[in-house]
Design a protein around this ligand. Structure first.
Ligand code: PMP
Length: 358
């Protein structure tokens, strides 16, 4: 008899990582993973060096110093903060604790690829709900809810759409959910939105968990740190499945230094918005459709899948990697991270050559 995993596991396709090198291109411009081109705060290096002095010791189990720093900066209750290996881990805790066989986990048409993976991993059924015009559709989600709905994942701002919902719409969603369902507001790109911290405010309710990350604005994607904020009862439950030493002291020290350097974070944020506007206008001037993004990337929509594929190829030929988003329901689009001014220039001139040659 072969040893078989629980059936949901076999529904999961192995994750294929994005490319970060191109043969023959020493000067690759990687604009495919929404990373910060500005890197982390200069305070992070010394904090890492300091943490490296005590590598023989296990790290903090309760993350008290990092949770206190987050709570101070965002005006939150530190007891209701939980930290994880990327916000991915916090999302995974939620699935582990609140969903299981027989349950349904709702996510939206263009939602993050990890949501159905987390659902399948715990034997729950992922339920994909249509969006409307590249925006989360609250009525469609509410209509899809059943007594089996355990979790609802919403990304705000969305990836790869870059669109947001007004706070009132998310409140309507939280209020309309079945009693046992937990709403997760994934705010990986929150810092780039016009209306910020919506998820954190919603997490004052009994049925909402907000997640945030150090991978984007804070430029620490390589270290894997994220956090969640929710009702005390939910956080207490999530902590039951969290490994006591899930974050290393190196991760904890870097994240604390990064979040405390709000001046640097604000600079990166402001510059990203300036470059995002330049990229958006540049794309539109070339006749490439894109919505006003509220994230650190732009979704460039081409005439069809063939044109998106040809453009992706043309960009690779000049050493630029962007992201095809066919798996997110956009075969005709490419997602492009907002880079530094000279990177935006390089991308726009390559796109201009592609459009000129077309
Ligand atoms: N949610 C969304 C919508 C994302 O795009 C990402 C990263 N691509 C994550 C969560 C996970 O981010 P991390 O685990 O690095 O915090």
């Amino acid at each position: 008899m072969p040893i078989t995993p629980q059936p949901g596991i076999m529904q999961i396709a192995l994750y294929k990582g994005g490319q970060s090198t191109l043969p023959g291109h020493p000067d690759v411009l990687k604009l495919s993973s929404n990373e910060s081109p500005w890197g982390p705060s200069p305070e992070v290096g010394p904090a890492l060096a300091q943490a490296a002095q005590t590598l023989n010791r296990y790290p903090s189990t309760d993350h008290a110093a990092l949770r206190a720093a987050i709570a101070e900066v965002y005006g939150l209750d530190a007891e209701r903060v939980i930290c994880g290996v990327g916000s991915d881990e916090v999302l995974q805790f939620a699935a582990q604790c609140y969903a299981g066989p027989g349950d349904e986990v709702i996510y939206t048409e263009h939602g993050f690829a990890m949501y159905p993976i987390f659902a399948n991993a715990v034997g729950a059924a992922p339920v994909k709900v249509a969006e409307r015009e590249r925006r989360v559709d609250v009525d469609a989600i509410l209509a899809a809810c059943t007594e089996r709905t355990a979790l609802v994942f919403v990304t705000n701002p969305g990836n790869p759409t870059g669109t947001t919902l007004p706070e009132a719409e998310l409140v309507r969603l939280a209020e309309g959910l079945p009693e046992r369902a937990l709403l997760i507001v994934d705010g990986a790109y929150d810092e780039f939105a016009a209306e910020r911290d919506v998820g954190l405010r919603l997490a004052e309710r009994d049925n909402v968990l907000a997640t945030r990350t150090f991978s984007k604005l804070f430029g620490l994607g390589g270290l894997r740190i994220g956090w969640g904020y929710g009702p005390a009862a939910v956080i207490e439950v999530l902590n039951r499945v969290r490994q006591p030493f899930n974050l290393s002291q190196v991760q904890l020290a870097a994240a604390e230094a990064a979040v405390r350097d709000q001046a640097f974070a604000r600079e990166v944020q402001a510059e990203t918005l300036v470059q995002r506007a330049r990229l958006t206008e540049g794309l539109q001037a070339l006749g490439i459709a894109c919505d006003e993004s509220e994230a650190n990337f732009v979704l460039a929509r081409f005439a069809d899948e063939a044109e998106a594929g040809a453009c992706d190829e043309a960009l690779r030929e000049v050493g630029i990697i962007v992201r095809r988003v066919t798996g997110y329901g956009f075969p005709e689009a490419l997602r492009m991270t907002v880079g530094r001014p000279e990177e935006v220039d390089r991308l726009l001139s390559a796109l201009s050559r592609f459009k000129g040659a077309a």
